[in-house]
Design a protein around this ligand. Structure first.
Ligand SMILES: Nc1ncnc2c1ncn2[C@@H]1O[C@H](COP(=O)(O)OP(=O)(O)O)[C@@H](O)[C@H]1O
Ligand SMILES: [Mg+2]
Length: 208
């Protein structure tokens, strides 16, 4: 099983939005997908609760999850959402279960400062000291042609980490979430631009 952890210690960075949309994107493309919500607030599971039975299925790892999902058995994907403030033992534990780590970052002064601390903590963890290529940054609520995007890239240079996608600021994410959907569940005429922006992220995830 392939596993991806969505993490940033900064609250409101876009973790749950990314995790639920990654799960939906994989499910819509026909892959067996399990969502595991490591956040006590359980926003990702609340999203899954209201997902339409006719939508591409996403399994839940919850009370019944014992970590066997991430043990390498079985096919498909495990997508993990994580809480704000993730650090220390909990961060180390989550990292042991993940092959890829996606870090959403918004291009604001406050978000970049908090994310800087988080990335330093992340890069100090054992698995990532050896393999930083497991980390992909997603510029959240940012248009790739703006000054904000350039500022974000300059900021990330110190960490030598790639921006694997820029996702623009749009109400589509919030609107889709109200029905347990991601942008990949929406019709083309609504979400073609979003789906296009997601392609480099999905390619990076699938790239072994
Ligand atoms: N690309 C985006 N465009 C518009 N709103 C977004 C985008 N990404 C996230 N949001 C909004 O930002 C808020 C915080 O996102 P969320 O995914 O809950 O962050 P976290 O899980 O890191 O706390 C939510 O209201 C969400 O709808
Ligand atoms: Mg969240």
């Amino acid at each position: 099983m392939q596993s991806v952890l969505v993490a940033n210690a900064k609250g409101g960075a876009g973790k749950t939005t990314l995790a639920t949309n990654i799960a939906a994107a994989l499910a819509v493309s026909g892959e067996a997908t399990t969502l595991w919500d490591l956040d006590r607030q359980k926003s990702a599971l609340a999203w899954l609760d209201i997902r339409s039975p006719s939508a591409a299925p996403i399994a839940r790892a919850g009370a019944d999850a014992d970590g066997s999902h991430a043990s390498g058995r079985g096919k498909g994907w495990l997508v993990m959402d994580s809480p704000a403030g993730l650090h220390g033992k909990n961060l180390a534990h989550a990292l042991r279960l993940a092959q890829k780590i996606v870090v959403p970052v918004q291009p604001s002064l406050y978000d970049m400062a908090a994310t800087s601390d988080f990335l330093q903590a992340l890069l100090a963890e054992k698995p990532l000291r050896r393999n930083a290529s497991a980390i992909g940054i997603v510029g959240m609520r940012v248009d790739s042609r703006t000054k904000a995007a350039a500022t974000l890239e300059v900021f990330l240079q110190q960490f030598n980490l790639p921006v694997v996608a820029y996702l623009r600021d749009t109400q589509l994410y919030a609107n889709a979430a109200f029905s347990g959907s991601g942008v990949f569940d929406l019709p083309d005429y609504l979400a073609a631009r979003e789906v296009a922006q997601w392609q480099p992220l999905l390619e990076w995830l699938r790239d072994a």
